[in-house]
Design a protein around this ligand. Structure first.
Ligand SMILES: Nc1nc2c(ncn2[C@@H]2O[C@H](COP(=O)(O)OP(=O)(O)O)[C@@H](O)[C@H]2O)c(=O)[nH]1
Ligand SMILES: [Mg+2]
Length: 371
């Protein structure tokens, strides 16, 4: 495989051809090929960087991981400090964060890891700045916290678009597309009434992926970029929250209007904050916690009272076995059943099996087989 510089140059060339080509019926197919080629190259670049270990290898820890994403100077490092107390260099010029700085936010019994990464710049999807490395971190996080400078509000759309080009789709439903490979008959398309790229374009993408015979069945609307990302199995679907930072520099009225606009256009909860002054930080913490879909479980000994002071935090959808494993991986092997009171139970002290899914606020007594 060619080295990084060659890949980057190739990507740059394709991007140039792509932006020079006007969209029309005749160039449609050609544009599809270009997009598929660019997606493949980005994937190759990401894999290369992943293997080499660039000082970006951060260990995930805590109950969930949030990554700060914003253009340089938006206030990411200042916000990291406010949220977690962790020091990351803050300066009045761009590119101060050279590495990944982790911090830990303790909120409502949950330990939330917050990562400050280098600011994204325009063209990150072409490998500019630390684009590909930053993307590889975003891909493993549970939530993206966009940090937007309130005096430069169009940053949000440029960032969401940039991430989308990096195959990170924020607050979007994963489209469902099924491919049935066949031995002959060419490419068939079953749109089921959804808005999808043209038949010729779908065919082009399939050919680029090396599939010449097969039926593509769509269960959602989907655009060309998302289709390419999906077929390469390269797209991740992430949740997001927006911090409208530096809100101290605009009027309260304007901050409110921007927050409402952001939420309307992106579907993301938006909190106007000031990292410099420490305004609305607790609202932001709450928004992060809520969007991480974590659940709090209270343990109750068989003949005692539940300990409400120390919840055990799990990802939403976790079952009784996962709770036991989190508590004590060895003892989990002898887990027999559990008694549950709360939202997931039909009645108080319901006896449930290991695969019973828990819900926020449940009180649980674990029962083990005797050793
Ligand atoms: N007025 C104001 N300035 C801020 C705020 N947050 C950060 N800054 C300033 O913006 C500059 C960049 O902040 P920094 O946290 O380093 O941004 P980063 O590049 O995204 O990490 C620094 O001079 C900060 O003091 C804020 O809420 N209000
Ligand atoms: Mg910084």
């Amino acid at each position: 495989m060619a080295d990084k510089k060659v890949l980057e140059q190739k990507l740059e060339e394709l991007q140039e051809q792509y932006s020079k080509t006007r969209y029309n019926k005749a160039t449609n197919k050609y544009l599809g090929i270009l997009r598929a080629k660019m997606a493949k190259l980005r994937k190759a670049m990401a894999e290369k960087k992943g293997k080499r270990g660039t000082g970006f290898g951060v260990k995930k820890s805590g109950d969930a991981t949030v990554v700060l994403v914003g253009f340089p100077n938006a206030g990411k490092s200042s916000l990291l400090k406010r949220l977690t107390g962790a020091e990351s260099k803050v300066a009045d010029y761009a590119f101060t964060t050279l590495d990944v700085i982790p911090g830990m936010l303790n909120y409502s019994g949950a330990k939330i890891q917050v990562l400050d990464v280098p600011g994204l710049i325009e063209g990150a999807h072409l490998g500019r700045g630390a684009g590909t490395q930053v993307a590889s971190i975003i891909r493993v996080a549970d939530l993206v916290l966009f940090v937007i400078d309130a005096t430069l509000p169009d940053q949000i759309h440029r960032l969401v678009e940039e991430l989308s080009l990096l195959d990170i789709k924020v607050n979007r439903q994963k489209p469902r597309v099924m491919i049935e490979e066949k031995r002959s008959g060419g490419v068939e398309v079953e749109a089921n009434g959804h808005k999808i790229p043209g038949r010729k374009e779908v065919e082009t993408v399939m050919h680029e992926m090396g599939i010449y015979n097969g039926k593509v069945i769509f269960y959602n609307d989907i655009d060309m970029d998302s289709l390419i990302a999906l077929l390469l199995e390269n797209a991740v679907y992430a949740k997001g929250v927006i911090a409208l930072n530096k809100s101290d520099l605009v009027s309260e009225e304007k901050a409110r209007r921007l927050a409402a606009e952001f939420t309307a256009s992106t579907g993301m909860r938006t909190v106007a904050v000031s990292a410099a002054r420490g305004t609305n930080i607790s609202q932001l913490k709450e928004a992060l916690f809520e969007n991480l879909s974590l659940i709090r479980i209270y343990l109750k000994p068989k003949d005692g009272n539940a300990d409400y002071s120390r919840p055990f935090v799990l990802k939403s959808g976790s079952d009784v076995m996962e709770l036991a494993r989190g508590l004590h991986s060895k003892a989990a092997k002898s887990l027999k059943c559990a008694y549950v009171t709360g939202r997931s139970a039909k009645f108080e002290n319901q006896r449930v099996g290991k695969e019973h899914a828990l819900e926020d606020g449940d009180v649980v007594t674990l029962v083990y087989d005797k050793f």
